[in-house]
Design a binder for this molecule. Structure first.
Ligand code: BES
Ligand code: ZN
Length: 592
């Protein structure tokens, strides 16, 4: 028995599935997917086969041509779920499992029509990262196993299904149901399985990119993301040809718990990116960059998550630098620095979660999530780049992509590759300090620019009466304002808040990064005029990045603590299970 991934029952002495054939029937009334999955092994196998499941009702297990076979579900583990052990007879090439999902399957959020923009039809979306694919499909739910897949998705007539795959056809069944077919020919880790079903429309942005959204938002989405082809071209300049054929995007309803999710061929995005001024497209640059860093070269388990996210943050800022210049990239790094400091603070009593090479046995990867793998990881990548020079580093990256394409690797594999290609570089940047020691090494690269220094000095002078001039207020771009707000002292007075709102019109902002930063400051200051807007945001949006600081700030004062509880009671039925868990955790830290 060998379990190389602490978050999976996958046994590396057993064969790996190579391909899945999925049939999914989406039942909105029962909030259930009735599924059949055929796991193909690409050769003969026999003996025990262990799969991951969580909350699934297993109905039958068959070997085609042989009939039903023996299976057994193991005990329930609150993090891992249940092992499904199959006894596979001699000569088996594939096994078929029929099953149903649980109504509270963590991978799935079922939305009522009222929770959508159009209010006309229900909506379903999946979110499998980190380890939720097992609540949607029984599988070897570890990135160590990569699978191609085909799928047939049966949905109510009038709704459209999209997946992390290419469409291969669709047909009306004539009984009020419609079938959509998909093919993902390249091998992907299970966490990149993805499905969404709803009232959807698409707009082409380039010959290989389109955006999907509800009809009510699709025009705004097409405008916001019109620059995506240019981003793809810049990313190709860094990493080589785009490996996944199409780059399509889906804008989800506002309860989507993340900013973006890099599902291959179909990035999922929060509608909070639709700021109306293209100021939040860095999230698209990030998800696009995952097409190489993450989806092509993948972390072997969540203990090596920094290989996915650290590289991708670095790549995102590199793309932004090419598109918008050094100053814009420096502001990106400054926002990252703030997120990093917040996370280091959040984990100050759990320093073992601030290293890059994590030890997560017995720990829910969603609980270990923070900006540390992102920002500490990106700083290690940047340090290596500075050490060897940009050109040599880019050549190294190309070699890295070639050597590990369509594989899942550990930190050790990464280090030994760097050791061969860039001898001495790991030692020169003190990589061990990033990988295995808590906190930040003091040799970490800094990113400065005149503009950033100006914003910092001005924000830090707030307690001494320093205020931005009318000219600055008029000239700042959204990211400059955001960095300024982030650098203000956390404890403002209600009068300070009134000044800020009057001069920057913060309450009415459509850029959620600015709006939430402002509302967080306001909540910290117990600034009553902001309460209605806070309520509105928390009732509409389920993105965890916004819920965490807002509910956290509301925990600072008696009446805002009461407000937080009242809002949560009203909002939580509309939140994703992941978001609900995170907010509950924040509220528990600040008892009433
Ligand atoms: N892959 C992540 C989202 C994720 C991480 C989902 C861990 C589940 C578990 C995605 O690429 C991401 O990092 N999104 C960020 C955006 C970004 C610009 C840092 C987000 O959602 O905020
Ligand atoms: Zn990411």
């Amino acid at each position: 028995m060998q379990h190389p991934d602490p978050h999976s029952h996958y046994d590396s002495s057993q064969p790996k599935a190579r391909r899945l054939r999925l049939k999914l029937r989406v039942d909105f009334n029962a909030r259930r997917i009735d599924g059949e999955v055929v796991l193909e092994f690409g050769g003969m196998m026999s003996g025990p086969l262990d799969l991951d499941t969580k909350g699934l009702e297993i109905r039958s297990v068959q070997v085609p041509g042989h009939g039903p076979i023996r299976w057994e579900l193991g005990p329930v583990d609150p993090i891992l779920g249940q092992r499904l052990r199959l006894e596979v007879p001699e000569g088996t090439q594939e096994v078929a499992v029929a099953y149903g999902t649980a109504p509270d399957a963590m991978a799935l959020q079922w939305l009522s029509p009222e929770q959508t923009e159009g209010k006309a039809a229900p909506f379903l979306f999946s979110q499998c990262q980190q380890i939720h694919a097992r609540t949607m499909v029984p599988c070897q739910d570890t990135p160590l196993v990569r699978i191609a897949y085909t799928a047939e998705v049966n949905v109510p007539e009038g709704l459209t299904a999209v997946m992390s795959a290419g469409p291969t056809g669709q047909e009306a069944l004539g009984n009020g149901r419609h079938v959509f077919r998909f093919l993902m020919p390249q091998p992907i880790p299970s966490y990149l399985l993805a499905l969404a079903v709803g009232r959807l429309e698409a707009r082409d942005l380039s010959p290989r990119a389109r955006v999907w959204a509800e009809p009510e938002t699709v025009a705004a989405a097409a405008w916001e993301f019109a620059g995506v082809e240019e981003m793809i071209l810049k990313a190709e300049g860094l990493f080589g040809p785009y490996p996944w054929d199409r780059y399509d995007m889906l804008v989800l309803p506002p309860s989507f718990p993340y900013g973006g999710m890099e599902n291959p061929r179909m990035t999922f995005l929060t509608p909070t990116l639709l700021a109306g001024d293209r100021s939040l497209v860095d999230v698209v640059a990030h998800e696009l960059a995952h097409s190489w860093t993450g989806n092509l070269v993948t972390n072997a388990s969540m203990e090596h998550f920094w290989l996915n996210e650290g590289f991708t943050v670095w790549a995102e800022r590199r793309i932004l630098r090419i598109l918008h210049g050094d100053d814009a990239a420096a502001l990106g790094w400054a926002m990252g620095q703030k997120a990093l400091e917040d996370s280091l603070d959040q984990f100050k009593s759990e320093p073992q979660l601030t290293v890059l090479r994590m030890h997560l046995e017995g720990i829910d990867p969603d609980d270990a999530f923070s900006s540390i793998p992102y920002e500490k990881g990106a700083r290690l990548v940047a340090a290596l780049e500075r050490e060897v020079g940009e050109e040599r580093f880019l050549r190294f990256l190309r070699d890295y992509m070639d050597a590990f394409r369509f594989t899942s690797i550990t930190t050790e594999q990464f280090c030994s590759f760097v050791g061969t290609k860039l001898p001495g570089a790991l030692e020169a940047v003190n990589a061990k300090a990033y990988l295995d020691q808590p906190g930040m090494p003091d040799t970490a690269p800094e990113f400065r620019s005149v503009q950033l220094d100006t914003l910092t000095v001005l924000a830090e002078s707030w307690p001494d009466g320093g205020r931005p001039s009318a000219r600055q207020i008029a000239a700042w771009k959204p990211t400059e304002l955001l960095v300024y707000l982030q650098k203000l002292p956390r404890r403002l007075t209600p009068a300070d808040c009134a000044w800020l709102d009057e001069h920057f019109q913060l309450m009415g902002r459509g850029n959620y990064e600015i709006l939430v930063e402002w509302l967080t400051l306001a909540a910290n200051a117990d600034y009553e005029p902001a309460f209605p807007r806070i309520r509105e945001v928390l009732l509409r949006v389920g993105r965890m990045k916004y819920l965490r600081p807002l509910y956290g700030a509301l925990g600072q004062h008696g009446r805002t603590r009461a407000l937080a509880r009242e809002i949560f009671a009203a909002a939580s039925p509309g939140y994703h299970g992941l978001s609900r868990r995170v907010v509950q955790g924040v509220l528990d830290k600040n008892p009433a």
